[in-house]
Design a protein around this ligand. Structure first.
Ligand code: AMP
Length: 506
């Protein structure tokens, strides 16, 4: 067996391959045998189209079982899977295709006409795949035999290319190897106690590391079933949860469930594990969820470039507001800007090293070199602290750090104070250009009801708790904080919206 991840998955298929792999809410059941045959046909089609080891295969498609097959067929063909969000504009797709030069691009049938010139420009062949499994990818693969020997790969060979933008600059392609993905999946499968009979409820998008690798790869290593929802639909999730044992979600999944009075312990009666990640889980959500359901959400932390890095324990205390301990074989440390390693309780940037850490940014060796220390630690850009018990706390992105009048302000510290004000649902604290202070602290707040608290009340409450330079100089009220598909608050959009607030106030 080579280190091709597909071979690892296959070694874990159930002995009876007629067992289910995917079940959809409309009643389709897809077995491991179906997976084996469909990915064999697709891998043959890719090979017939000239896709060889190391070539990229781009997918700009809706979530569907066939899209999962495309991911697995790409691995089987020894090629590199490149998933892209269907929400990208034509200009963004043109950039990705030009940068990654995929040999084959698969898009939604309705996007074909618009994407054809972009694919042609990038020298990429275009195939289509619709949400119901229709399109030229499936039609063309039907003509091929289902057997296809996986192309051997070493653990360092690339398996996937995931673009990540952070909040500034052009998106960079994070190169993930077969070894990166395998080591992370094996670690998560073990520490989260996957077992026979587990059924995972899958409601995440599959163009991102969370839904694609964390969720699907754990299921494949377990050789069990997932209930595969096209998207997170609260109604559907409540209806299907009694059939599931594990769910992975972003924090907004949990707040949406809690907003429904009919969501209760009964809906979770067969569940053994709720996992949260991709964005910070509010302590209030953690507590409310425990009170309502009796389940303690397990929060973990990861990023595109590394897969998962830390996790609260399956057995042992899951501590609210923390992301737990490093995964087996992952080393973490907190360092100052100069690279000096800091001690317990000190706040700095989290650095980490391990088999999960990516191979670098696609065709950007200088960018890659900038993000690594000489001893191989990757600089995550997440401001964090490791407490005396070893729990890792993520304070926020280094890019979101506010420097006001020369003082560092960590937005999270201010957000916790603002969130505690009666009537505040949640907040995002940002720095805005200020002629006097360089940056001034501002808070953007979602309230439970209009009118209270008002701006003065929030500022007053913050003054009682925080040093003056941390107190928001302005408070803005919004109906909803802008979030991306993974539930992350888009602070960039907020900074842009309120950019001119303090111009001319010196
Ligand atoms: P992405 O590469 O899109 O997955 O984003 C990774 C970033 O999401 C990390 O660098 C963190 O800033 C953030 N993140 C992921 N999980 C958590 C978490 N549990 N708590 C706080 N931030 C998180």
């Amino acid at each position: 067996m080579s280190d091709n991840l597909f071979e690892l998955f296959r070694s874990r298929f159930p002995a009876d391959i007629s067992r289910p792999f995917i079940e959809t809410p409309d009643g389709r059941t897809i077995s491991y045998g179906d997976l084996e045959a469909a990915t064999g046909r697709m891998a043959r089609l890719l090979a017939a189209r000239g896709v060889a080891a190391g070539d990229r295969v781009a997918a700009i498609v809706e979530k569907s079982p066939e899209a999962v097959f495309l991911y697995l067929a790409t691995l089987r063909a020894g090629a590199v899977y490149l998933p892209l969000n269907t929400a990208y504009t034509a200009a963004e797709v043109a950039y990705f295709l030009g940068d990654a030069e995929p040999k084959v691009t698969v898009c939604r049938p309705e996007a074909e006409a618009a994407l054809a010139p972009l694919a042609a420009e990038a020298g990429s062949q275009l195939l289509t795949l619709g949400q119901a499994g229709e399109g030229s990818l499936i039609e063309a693969s039907r003509g091929f035999a289902p057997d296809f020997a996986p192309v051997p790969a070493t653990s360092g060979d690339l398996a996937a290319l995931l673009y990540t933008s952070g909040t500034t600059g052009r998106a960079k392609g994070a190169m993930m190897s077969h070894g990166n993905l395998a080591s992370n999946a094996i670690a998560l499968h073990r520490i989260w106690g996957f077992e026979a009979g587990d059924v995972l409820l899958h409601a995440l998008p599959i163009f991102h590391t969370h839904g694609l690798f964390v969720a699907i790869n754990c299921v494949l290593l377990n050789g069990t079933e997932m209930l595969f929802l096209p998207r997170f639909d609260t109604e559907q999730v409540i209806r299907l949860l009694p059939r599931a044992t594990v769910m992975m979600g972003v924090p907004t999944f949990y707040t949406r469930l809690l907003a429904r009075p009919d969501f209760d312990a009964g809906a979770c009666r067969n569940m053994r594990l709720f996992v949260s990640g991709s964005a910070p889980l509010l302590e209030e959500t953690f507590e409310d969820f425990r009170e309502r359901t009796g389940h303690t959400i397990l929060e973990r932390y990861g990023m595109t470039e590394t897969g998962m890095n830390t996790s609260n324990p399956l057995d042992g205390e899951r501590r609210a507001g923390t992301v737990g301990f490093p995964l087996p074989d992952v080393e973490v440390r907190v360092a100052g800007e100069d690279g000096a390693v800091l001690g317990p309780g000190e706040t700095g940037v989290l650095e980490l090293r391990g088999p999960n850490v990516f191979q670098g940014y696609w065709r950007q060796p200088e960018k890659t070199a900038e993000e690594f220390r000489p001893d191989g630690f990757f600089v995550t850009g997440d401001i964090s602290r490791i407490d005396g018990d070893g729990y890792v706390h993520i304070v926020g992105r280094a890019k979101d750090l506010i420097i006001s009048g020369g003082f560092n302000v960590y937005p999270k510290e201010v957000e916790l104070v603002v969130d505690a004000v009666e009537g505040v649902v949640e907040s995002a604290v940002i720095g805005l250009a200020h002629p006097d202070f360089g940056e001034a602290v501002a808070a953007v707040v979602k309230r439970a009801s209009d009118g209270t608290p008002d701006e003065a009340a929030v500022i007053q409450a913050a003054k009682a708790e925080l040093a003056n330079y941390k107190v928001p100089k302005r408070v803005f009220f919004v109906d909803e904080l802008p979030r991306n598909a993974m539930g992350k608050v888009q602070k960039n959009a907020l900074r842009e919206r309120y950019a001119a607030t303090f111009s001319g106030t010196a």
